[in-house]
Design a binder for this molecule. Structure first.
Ligand code: ZN
Length: 168
């Protein structure tokens, strides 16, 4: 059996998502990997612990990549980002700015702001999006694990619905 690199890194992203849930914030994790399969950086949602609405998993992974993102751009290296949930509009923009050329996500996001596919369908920045390959929901079992994290998040005291209900 050959080594499934995509699955290996998807599972690391999922572990980051679990950590985030344990920190009482949105259970989303991301990792950035270079062309040779080296892990460049990890990130997880930190919106609640850092009280920062922009502290999403993908943005944090990009921040944690530091100089590597710019070096990859100069050297025309193609980085991949693995994330446990389809990137939101902000992170989709971040991915384009970071020059990441491949996006793998474990679960589509059809709620709230929606995400990557919705922005893509808006028919803007086509020349940028055309350079990026995507892989959506490649693993049924990992998709279910992310869905389970999302349902646990529904019951978390920091979930916005529960925060609002606590006021009444
Ligand atoms: Zn995001």
């Amino acid at each position: 059996m050959s080594f499934d690199k995509d699955r290996y890194f998807s599972e690391i992203a999922l572990k980051e998502a679990e950590k985030a849930l344990n920190e009482n914030t949105y259970p989303i994790g991301a990792v950035i990997v270079d062309e040779d399969g080296n892990l460049i950086a990890k990130g997880r949602n930190q919106v609640h612990p850092h009280q920062d609405a922009t502290a999403h998993a993908e943005i944090n992974a990009i921040r944690n990549s530091g100089q590597a993102i710019l070096t990859a751009k100069v050297n025309r290296q193609k980085f991949t980002i693995y994330t446990s949930l389809e990137p939101c509009p902000m992170c989709t923009g971040g991915i384009l700015f970071a020059n990441i050329k491949r996006v793998v996500w474990l679960l589509n996001d059809d709620t709230g702001f929606g995400g990557y596919r919705k922005i893509r369908a808006a028919n803007v920045l086509n020349e940028r999006f055309d350079e990026v390959d995507i892989m959506e929901e490649p693993y049924g079992d990992l998709k279910i694990r992310q869905q389970e994290l999302m349902s646990k998040w529904t019951g978390n005291p920091n979930n916005i619905v529960n925060l609002r209900n606590a006021l009444t």
